[in-house]
Design a protein around this ligand. Structure first.
Ligand SMILES: Cc1cc2nc3c(=O)[nH]c(=O)nc-3n(C[C@H](O)[C@H](O)[C@H](O)COP(=O)(O)O)c2cc1C
Length: 200
């Protein structure tokens, strides 16, 4: 499947085939592709919780206001942002490059995030958004379906995954096999309503 086909056939799956289980190799491959997603300064500030254990998936469905996808899908991925990534051994983000480059990035990260909780939070959301689409398109390429989900009780889900301080849950993605074909799309706005040439 080429990329454009994956984009066109990705849909938010509501009903997953409960009997379908991904292998651990499939999960690993999906996550190996997820971590190729771009992040600002390559700070790799996403943290992914991958859940295949049924009892935890059931708790997640409950935290997701009884939506069935986490329970019924094969894999739940909770995408979290580590809002301290900018200062956690930042030289490693450019370890393949000369030390001058590593120091330049370290200083730039400090300038951007040290005094700005908003920048730290925005970056978590940007990075996880990028990774989310990578995961969903990679899943399509692997013959799988997915559902991005933001409808959950934040504090309840945080408890289920033991969310550390300075981490933000951005969204979750359920991956598995669809049990039925997707309904027709809700209806995309026309380009002239949302694309503007050169300026608004
Ligand atoms: C941030 C975000 C949160 C979403 N939360 C949910 C959710 O909690 N439950 C659900 O069934 N779908 C959820 N969706 C899926 C959207 O409803 C779906 O993407 C949208 O209707 C467009 O449909 P499509 O993805 O099939 O094209 C979410 C999507 C996004 C991007």
């Amino acid at each position: 499947m080429d990329t454009l086909e994956a984009i066109k056939t990705r849909r938010a799956t509501k009903k997953f085939d409960k009997s379908y289980k991904m292998t651990s190799e499939q999960v690993k491959s999906l996550m190996e592709h997820a971590i190729l997603s771009p992040t600002s300064y390559n700070q790799q500030n996403w943290r992914f919780i991958t859940i295949t254990e049924q009892s935890i998936k059931d708790q997640i469905s409950k935290a997701a206001r009884d939506q069935p996808q986490p329970s019924e899908g094969s894999l739940v991925i909770i995408l979290c942002g580590n809002m301290n990534a900018w200062k956690e051994e930042p030289l490693r983000y450019w370890k393949n490059h000369p030390s001058e480059k590593q120091e330049t990035v370290k200083n730039a990260l400090h300038r951007k995030y040290a005094d700005s909780p908003q920048n730290r939070r925005d970056e978590a959301i940007r990075s996880c958004g990028m990774a989310a689409q990578t995961i969903m398109l990679a899943a399509r390429q692997m013959g799988l379906d997915s559902c991005p989900m933001g409808g959950f009780e934040y504090d309840e889900l945080a408890k289920v995954i033991n969310l550390p301080e300075n981490h933000l849950i951005v969204l979750m993605i359920v991956v598995g096999k669809a049990a039925e074909p997707a309904k027709p799309r809700g209806g995309q706005l026309s380009l002239d309503k949302i694309v503007f040439e050169n300026r608004f």
